[in-house]
Design a protein around this ligand. Structure first.
Ligand SMILES: NC(=O)C1=CN([C@@H]2O[C@H](COP(=O)(O)OP(=O)(O)OC[C@H]3O[C@@H](n4cnc5c(N)ncnc54)[C@H](OP(=O)(O)O)[C@@H]3O)[C@@H](O)[C@H]2O)C=CC1
Ligand SMILES: CC(=O)N[C@@H](CCC(=O)OP(=O)(O)O)C(=O)O
Length: 345
């Protein structure tokens, strides 16, 4: 059994890790932290876990994380970087759901996250946890930087086209929508029911930290200079993410060939569903599951390609993807514990 600890067990990605890991056949949960709820049984806060998780929360300073095999950090940016060096030195693998190790460039990280990086020497070693694009590196990693939720949809949509040199890399557009759980469980005015329900708004239009993350990764995965306009929106859903990606085709290519490109790229990807050309993937077709679904469209048979991508921001967009990485790091089948079918209706 893999001994797993979770730092930040009271938040949305933390409880999603618990939902998935509590029924994972090869995992033993050993510690779950909370700064405020030390001693409280986890199932008292989350009755959905009654009978599945018998541990109580522990204050972070009371747990010896070096006793486990892997630690998930489901915490705000800046927490994992403070503990990762000691954990790695003790032979413990680290999976950070925040952004501490996503950007290779320290200055770019500090510019966007407004905190100093305390272990920049680990940036180069950290492996970006997007198995569909770098499975072998994930298998050999000690330290995983789990991708942001929006960047997962953008990369899986754009990379096949960029790698095949079919689109103008300098004119990528992503218009994306996220459910409110994407903002986490902390109390904030913007996520109050009266503010976010029956409402729809864009945010971060002039700059969102997922733009540098996505651009850097698209460049790493394809070797092309990339320019991206990314506009996120908050929609009155709890879970779910829908990204509409636009790319200008630079080559004469048929719809059948485009479809074939995506199908062959993801033929071994258990969690990427390439739907028939012209389909309309719905967020609810991924709710609670680790699937990402996408579909291609070509309006008026012109030279603009539209790629629709949906996922559950808490599963493929965060905790499910992190467990997918853990499976690979420990030599398990990638899909273990992640076979849930989406919840409908
Ligand atoms: N929500 C989403 O859809 C996604 C989130 N992410 C990223 O995952 C991370 C977690 O997100 P999410 O679960 O939504 O956030 P939440 O705000 O819901 O939860 C944060 C958790 O971190 C704990 N925590 C906060 N500060 C500290 C600290 N200094 N030391 C230790 N624990 C701390 C909190 O617990 P307590 O106060 O009890 O200690 C809480 O359990 C974030 O970095 C987020 O950006 C990534 C992709 C998608
Ligand atoms: C709806 C909402 O607010 N979403 C979050 C993104 C969540 C995510 O992926 O977070 P990190 O990159 O911070 O880990 C946001 O836009 O800030």
């Amino acid at each position: 059994m893999i001994k797993v600890s979770i730092v930040g067990g009271t938040g949305y990605t933390g409880v999603e890790l618990l939902r998935l890991l509590s029924v994972h056949p090869d995992v033993e949960l050993t510690a779950i932290t909370s700064r405020k709820e030390d001693g409280l049984p986890v199932a008292d806060m989350f009755p959905s876990l009654r009978g599945k998780v018998n541990l109580a929360f522990s204050a972070p300073d009371k747990v010896d994380l070096t006793k486990c095999d892997v630690v998930f950090f489901a915490t705000p940016h800046g927490v994992a970087m403070a503990q990762a060096p000691a954990l790695l030195a003790a032979g413990v693998k680290v999976i950070d759901l925040a952004a501490d190790f996503r950007l290779k460039d320290q200055a770019t990280f500090e510019q966007w996250y407004k905190i100093p990086h305390t272990c920049p020497d680990l940036l180069e070693e950290a492996v970006y946890g997007l198995p569909e694009l770098n499975r072998e590196a994930v298998k050999n990693a000690r330290l995983i930087a789990n991708p942001g939720c929006y960047p997962t949809t953008m990369q899986l949509g754009f990379v096949p086209l960029l790698k095949a040199n079919l689109i103008d890399a300098s004119a990528l557009i992503a218009d994306a929508k996220s459910g409110v759980s994407g903002a986490g469980r902390k109390a904030e005015i913007g996520t109050l029911f009266s503010e976010s329900s029956d409402n729809f708004k864009a945010y971060g239009v002039s700059g969102h930290r997922h733009t540098p993350e996505t651009v850097a990764q698209l460049q790493r995965f394809t070797g092309l200079p990339v320019n991206l306009i990314f506009t996120p929106h908050l929609v009155p859903m709890i879970r779910g993410m829908h990204s509409t990606l636009y790319a200008r085709l630079t080559t004469d290519i048929s719809n059948e060939e485009l479809q074939e490109l995506f199908e062959s790229t993801y033929k071994d990807a258990a969690f990427v569903d390439v739907m028939p050309f012209g389909s309309h993937p719905e967020t609810r077709s991924t709710r609670g599951s680790n699937m990402l679904r996408l579909a291609l469209h070509r309006p008026n048979n012109g030279n603009t390609l539209v790629i629709l991508v949906v996922q559950d921001n808490l599963v493929k967009g965060a905790s499910g993807q992190a467990i997918q990485c853990m499976n690979l790091m420990f030599g398990l089948h990638e899909t273990l514990g992640l076979q849930q079918v989406a919840l409908l209706p």
